[in-house]
Design a protein around this ligand. Structure first.
Ligand code: WT7
Length: 622
C-alpha cells in the first residue's frame, strides 16, 4: 500500500514518493515569494480558461482591490464545458442517505446537459446577469447543478443551508433581494422525510419571488424528459460578483460575503489541485454541506474546476451505522477525504473497532477544516482512517477567504498536529499585536492578511459597505482569529471575537441573543460559548425575563429563528446580566463563570451582585 508520510520526531514529512507526485513543485514557495502578483498571474493563465486576458493583474485603491482586471471568463464554463473532451468521466457521485437507494454517477457530459437545462429554466423565470438566486436545497445533485447554472448565466447565487429555519431563510432572501428561490419538496434525515418545501413556503410569505421546486424522488434526473437546451455561458468580468454567501458576524445580522468570479475561480482551482493534490481521474469527498463555504469550494467548484470527481452525500456520515462513512470511502474508492474535527471526534467516540474492517487503500490525503483540531483527534484520524499512510492536511480558512489559505502542501509538508502550517504560496499572513506590530515567534497575536490581498479574498459585503470596511485596519485584513507562529508554521487558536464554532458551524452569539430577546417577556439575553468535548463549542444562554419562561420556550425560539444547530446547550434565568457602567454586557465574565474559573475583577460592573447569583446558578446545575 502506498505510503505518503513518514514520521521524524513529532513531525510528519512527505515520503520521497509523495514529494515526487506532489503537484505543487518543491520550489513553489520560492517562486511565489519572488513576486506574488506575477506568481498569481502565472496561476491564472495556466489554471483557468479566459475569454479575454486581463490588462491589469492587481489593483488596489484604499481598501478596494481587484485581480485580473479587464479579464473575461465564465466560472461554469471552466467547471463543466472545458472538460467535455472527456465526456464520460464521472463529475459527480451522489450517495443518497439510504444505503438501499442507488448511488448515482453523473458524467461531465450529463452534468453539462443538466446545467444547461437548469440555466434555461432560470432564464425562463426571468433571471438575468447580476440577479440573485436563493438556493435552499439538500445535498442532492441539483444543488450543484443550480449553482453552476447561475454561474453560467451570470446570476449571483445565495445558497442557504437547508437546516436553517424558515425565518433564517427569509432574512437572507430579503437582504439579498432574490428573484427566484430554488428548493426541494423534501429530503431524508435519519430515515425521516423532512418537509423542506413547507419551510421554504413559510419563508416567502408576502415576498414577491418565483420558485423552482425539485422533486427529491427525481433527484439527479429532474430534466430527464426535457428537450435539449443549450445556454451560452455569459461573459463575465473578472471582478463581477460570482456569489454571495451569508455568514455570521458579531452583530445580530448575517452578512452576505461577496466573491469575485476571476479571483475565486483561480484560487479555488489551484488550492484544490495543490492542497489536495487532486488529479483529473481522482475523487474527493468533502463532507461539508453546500450551504457553507467549504461545500461551495470543495464539494462543488474546486473538484469540478480541476476536472476531477466530487462525491456528495445526502445523509449523516454515521447513519444508519457508525461506519457508514467508511463504507462510502471504501465502496466509492475515495482518494481525498475532507471533513471537520467535530465529525472526527464523533467517529472516534463511536469506537475504533469498525475502522479495522476497512483498509481504505484508495485514500491518499485527509483534510480537516472548520475549527482547530486537537492532537488526539488528529492522531486518531491519521492512524485509523489514514492507516498511518496519508497526511492530515489541516486547512485554515474562512467564508471570507473563499479557499484554503493556511495549510501544509502534501508534497512539501511538514504535517504537525494542531498546526495549520504555512500560508498558501502567494498569500501572506502575519501575527501582530493590537498596534499591528509583528509579534515574536511563539507569541500569541492577531492573524492578519497583508496586501497584495489573495485573489480569492472577498470583495465586499452585500449592500453593506460599512461592514466591509470593518474587516480592515491600517491596510491589513483582520481575520479575527488568534494565532502564533513557530518555525514558519502557524497555529490558529480560535476566534478573537464573539463568533463561536458549534460543530464547526459558524454562529454569532449576537444572532442567538437577538432571537431570544425577541421572545415575549424577555428583557435581555446574553449568549456565550462553552467548551464541548464533541462539538468544540456550544452556546449557553443567560436570560433576564419579565415573566416566567421555560428553557423549552427559549430553545424553541432559537430553533425557529435560526435552526437547530444554534440551540443553547444550557439556559439560565437570571435576575441581572453583569454589565459595565456604559451598559455593555460582560460576556467575558459569563464565559469565565461557565468555565468554572474564578472571577475577581468586578469593579467595573454596575451590578457586581449579579456575578454571585450566576455563580450559584451555574454551580447548582453542575
Ligand atoms: C473560522 C471561519 C474555512 C471553511 C469553514 C469555516 C475557524 C476554520 C480552521 C482551522 C483553526 C479554523 C476560524 C475561522 N477555522 N478552519 N483549520 N484551524 N480554526 O468557515 O464558517 O467562515 O469559519 O473557522 O476561527 O475564522 P467559516
Amino acid at each position: 500500500m502506498m505510503k505518503y508520510v513518514e514520521k521524524k520526531g513529532k513531525v510528519f514529512w512527505p515520503t520521497a514518493k509523495a514529494k515526487e507526485i506532489g503537484l505543487a513543485g518543491q520550489d513553489v514557495y520560492k517562486r511565489a515569494g519572488e513576486d506574488r502578483i506575477k506568481f498569481w498571474e502565472e496561476l491564472a493563465r495556466t489554471g483557468v480558461d479566459w475569454i479575454e486576458p486581463w490588462h491589469t493583474a492587481y489593483e488596489q485603491k484604499g481598501l478596494k482591490f481587484g485581480w485580473f482586471l479587464g479579464g473575461k471568463l465564465n466560472l461554469c464554463y471552466n467547471a463543466v464545458d472545458r472538460h467535455l473532451d472527456k465526456p464520460d468521466q464521472t463529475a459527480v457521485i451522489f450517495v443518497p442517505e439510504s444505503p438501499d437507494e442507488k448511488v448515482q454517477r453523473i458524467s461531465y457530459s450529463e452534468l453539462f446537459k443538466q446545467v444547461n437545462q437548469a440555466a434555461g429554466l432560470l432564464q425562463k423565470k426571468g433571471v438575468k446577469k447580476g440577479d440573485v438566486v436563493a438556493i435552499y436545497l439538500p445535498m442532492i445533485p441539483e444543488a450543484l447543478v443550480f449553482m453552476l447554472a447561475c454561474a453560467r448565466i451570470g446570476a449571483i447565487h445565495s445558497v442557504v443551508f437547508s437546516a436553517f429555519s424558515a425565518d433564517a431563510l427569509r432574512t437572507r432572501i430579503k437582504d439579498g433581494g432574490a428573484k427566484v428561490l430554488v428548493t426541494a419538496n423534501y429530503y431524508f434525515r435519519k430515515g425521516k422525510k423532512i418537509n423542506l418545501l413547507e419551510q421554504a413556503n413559510e419563508s416567502c410569505r408576502g415576498i414577491e419571488i418565483q420558485k423552482i421546486v425539485v422533486d427529491r424522488a427525481k433527484r439527479g434526473r429532474m430534466f430527464e424528459k426535457a428537450e435539449e437546451v443549450i445556454v451560452k455561458p455569459v461573459e463575465m468580468d473578472a471582478e463581477d460578483a460570482a456569489f454571495i454567501l451569508y455568514t455570521s458576524g458579531t452583530t445580530g445580522k448575517p452578512k452576505g460575503v461577496m466573491h469575485a468570479v476571476g479571483g475565486y475561480a483561480v484560487q479555488a482551482y489551484w488550492s484544490c489541485r495543490d492542497v489536495f493534490n487532486l488529479k483529473e481521474n481522482e475523487s474527493m469527498w468533502c463532507t461539508a454541506d453546500v450551504g457553507w463555504i467549504t461545500g461551495h469550494t470543495y464539494a462543488c467548484y474546486g473538484p469540478l474546476l480541476t476536472g476531477a470527481t466530487t462525491l456528495i452525500f445526502e445523509g449523516l456520515p454515521n447513519y444508519p451505522e457508525p461506519d457508514r462513512y467508511l463504507e462510502v470511502i471504501d465502496k466509492e474508492k475515495v482518494n481525498v477525504f475532507y471533513t471537520a474535527p467535530t465529525a472526527l471526534r464523533m467517529f472516534a467516540l463511536d469506537g475504533t473497532e469498525h475502522t479495522k474492517k476497512y483498509n481504505l487503500d484508495s485514500l491518499k490525503i485527509l483534510g480537516s477544516v472548520g475549527e482547530p483540531i486537537d492532537e488526539a483527534t488528529w492522531m486518531w484520524f491519521f492512524k485509523n482512517i489514514g492507516k498511518s499512510r496519508c497526511p492530515v492536511i489541516d486547512t485554515y480558512w474562512q467564508t471570507e477567504t473563499g479557499s484554503a489559505v493556511i495549510c501544509a502542501l502534501p508534497g512539501i509538508g511538514p504535517f504537525i498536529p494542531t498546526y495549520a502550517g504555512k500560508p498558501f504560496p502567494g498569500i501572506e499572513y502575519k501575527i501582530v499585536d493590537d498596534n499591528l506590530r509583528k509579534v515574536k515567534p511563539g507569541k500569541k497575536g492577531m492573524l492578519v492578511q497583508v496586501p497584495p490581498f489573495a485573489p480569492g479574498l472577498m470583495r465586499g459585503v452585500w449592500k453593506n459597505e460599512k461592514r466591509y470596511i470593518k474587516y480592515f485596519k491600517k491596510g491589513v485584513y483582520l481575520a479575527e482569529d488568534n494565532a502564533f507562529e513557530k518555525g514558519g508554521n502557524l497555529r490558529v487558536l480560535g476566534r478573537a471575537d464573539d463568533i463561536i464554532k458549534v460543530a464547526g458551524h459558524r454562529m454569532s452569539t449576537a444572532e442567538i441573543e437577538n432571537a431570544i430577546a425577541g421572545l415575549k417577556g424577555v428583557a435581555e439575553a446574553a449568549v456565550v460559548s462553552k467548551a464541548d468535548k464533541l462539538r468544540g463549542e456550544v452556546p449557553v444562554a443567560f436570560v433576564k425575563a419579565k415573566r416566567s419562561l421555560t428553557e423549552e420556550e427559549v430553545i424553541a425560539r432559537v430553533v425557529k429563528m435560526i435552526g437547530p444547530i444554534a440551540k443553547p446547550a444550557e439556559v439560565y434565568f437570571v435576575e441581572d446580566i453583569p454589565k459595565t457602567r456604559s451598559g455593555k454586557m460582560m460576556r467575558r465574565i459569563l464565559k469565565a463563570l461557565i468555565a468554572g474559573e474564578e472571577v475577581t475583577n468586578t469593579s467595573t460592573l454596575v451590578n457586581p451582585g449579579s456575578v454571585g447569583e450566576i455563580e450559584r446558578l451555574v454551580r447548582g446545575k453542575v
